[in-house]
Design a protein around this ligand. Structure first.
Ligand code: NAD
Length: 493
């Protein structure tokens, strides 16, 4: 990464951002716009269209028309593949510009943003584009007097509502398989992470994607998101975000056309360290990064550390050392390891958890607002070294750089603590005991269980939660299941 180039890009003034609907950039139907505040320094970066119900309806109508026309859904998969690969190439060619734009808007450190955002979005698009002409239907092994065929057909118009952390990566986990499968889409980005997705929609048109196939409407969740959820013309709704919004989407689907709803919600993921972990220093280093990278704004963040009591004190010390050595600062400096918290509201929320733990007499290391003079939203990593299972910091998702540490004595107690959560997204076990590792993988209720590592999984494995962390899976070939319907033909021969 070239700091000089980043410095040029970070100073580029940004024109107002518009929706991308039916192949064109358009303003909000009532001319409304909202300010985009940069968490880097608290200044107004630009404005973007404040979507209305009418804008959303126009985007849904465009997606419906594009789908029903067959221009995308009813062509040879290889045709879609070619355009998707062009798109991925364009995204890669513009990767640094896209990454800097995203960082200016949502505060993720540039090193991670470049890799996890445009480059990961391009890789995801390629993965599904390459796969789509290798998906076969089935011939049923039935009575020879009949022929039973199982086709896989694109499910229709997909509504996608995505959050502010990793908008391009999480967005691509949805539009990659959906568009490759032949669906069309209306995507609504989060209020504080929209700009990169608007640019991606513009690049899709440049790559040759037909008008109406991929539409992006910016604005408020309660207006644009709610309208997508209640639409009679959206067939599938995919979402990443909070549980409270997820509930609203399910209600809206029930009230409207019973669209299928796939939710990827939050987590309170347990990271369990046994005294026999292969390398406690490495475990502490990876665990610190597993919660504190991107200011803790990672859905699978290991936000509950469960540690065997006899190494509790020693491990917390190691952890505190690694936490203190994470360089928090301007996310556009290449040396920064953890950037700004996404918004002032999120920062306040994080600090409230820390204050509450202090007020309860818990031992808290770090967790201060820092770099206030920059005008940006920064805080140091916080470790609550002796959290109890009834504490809010143990039970509730902070979605910030705040780690709750709790000691355990036995394997059974570790499992009980790990499963004492309404969430079930991710977990980790650190141990040299192979049998214990396998036992724990089975017993822990989570969609993803790491062993002797945290994070870093690639596209080949699915990501999804159990319990109140959601349903359905992003990533891997399983993601196609959400966007392809089975249709059977029963033919008398
Ligand atoms: P959020 O639910 O407030 O917002 C997510 C999206 O929903 C945004 O685009 C928002 O505009 C929209 N929205 C808000 N209200 C809406 C409504 N009434 N109707 C329709 N849409 C609405 O969540 P957030 O604060 O943006 O994201 C953080 C949350 O997302 C955290 O809880 C985090 O754990 C979760 N998350 C989960 C995963 C995962 O893979 N499971 C990944 C990233 C984030």
């Amino acid at each position: 990464m070239n700091q000089d180039r980043i410095d040029v890009l970070r100073a580029v003034p940004l024109a107002a951002f518009q929706h991308v609907i039916n192949g064109r950039r358009v303003c909000a139907s009532d001319g409304g716009a909202m300010s985009v505040i940069s968490p880097v320094d608290g200044t107004v970066l630009t404005t973007m269209a404040r979507g209305t119900r009418e804008d959303t309806d126009a985007a849904i109508a465009a997606a419906r028309q594009a789908f029903d026309s067959g221009i995308w859904s009813d062509v040879a998969p290889a045709v879609r593949k070619k355009i998707l690969l062009n798109w991925a190439d364009l995204i890669e060619a513009n990767a640094l510009e896209l990454a800097v734009l995203g960082v200016r808007e949502n505060g993720t450190e540039i090193g991670m943003a470049l890799k996890a955002e445009p480059l990961s979005a391009a890789a995801t698009i390629r993965y599904y584009a390459e796969a789509v002409d290798k998906l076969f239907g089935e011939v049923a092994p039935t009575d020879p007097a009949f022929l039973g065929l199982v086709h896989r057909e694109p499910a229709g118009v997909v509504g996608a509502i995505v959050p502010w952390n990793f908008p391009l990566m999480i967005g691509a986990w949805k539009f990659g398989p959906a568009l490759a499968a032949g669906c069309t889409m209306v995507l609504k980005p989060a209020e504080t992470a929209s700009l990169g997705l608007v640019r991606l929609a513009e690049l899709a048109l440049e790559a040759g994607m037909p008008a109406g196939v991929f539409n992006v409407v910016t604005g408020e969740g309660a207006v644009v998101g709610a309208r997508i959820a209640e639409s009679m013309d959206v067939d599938v709704l995919v979402f990443t975000g909070s549980g409270s919004t997820g509930r609203r989407l399910l209600e809206a689907a029930a009230r409207s056309n019973l669209k299928r709803v796939y939710l990827e919600l939050g987590g309170k993921s347990p990271n369990i360290v046994f005294a026999d972990a292969p390398d406690l220093d490495e475990a502490a280093r990876v665990s610190a990064h597993g919660i504190f990278r991107n200011s803790g704004q990672v859905c699978i963040a290991g936000s509950r550390l469960l540690v065997e009591r006899r190494i509790h004190e020693e491990f917390v010390e190691k952890l505190a050392f690694h936490a203190a050595s994470i360089k928090v600062g301007n996310p556009l400096d290449t040396a920064t390891q953890s950037g700004a918290v996404n918004s002032e509201r999120q920062l306040r929320q994080n600090l409230q958890f820390v204050e509450e733990a202090r007020g309860q007499g818990r031992k808290v290391i770090g967790g201060q607002r820092i770099l206030e003079e920059t005008g940006g939203f920064y805080m140091s990593p916080a470790i609550v070294a002796d959290a109890a299972r009834e504490d809010r910091v143990f039970q509730e998702e902070v979605f910030g750089p705040v780690l709750a540490v709790t000691a355990f004595d036995t394997e059974a107690e570790a499992v009980a603590l790990a499963n004492d959560s309404k969430y079930g997204l991710a977990a980790a076990i650190w141990t040299s005991n192979l049998s214990r590792a396998h036992r724990m993988v089975r017993k822990i209720r989570a969609g993803l269980v790491h062993v002797n590592t945290y994070g870093g999984s690639d596209l080949t494995i699915p990501l999804g939660g159990v319990k109140q962390s959601g349903n359905g899976h992003d990533k891997s070939l399983h993601a196609f299941d959400k966007y392809l319907d089975l249709k059977t033909a029963w033919i008398k021969l």
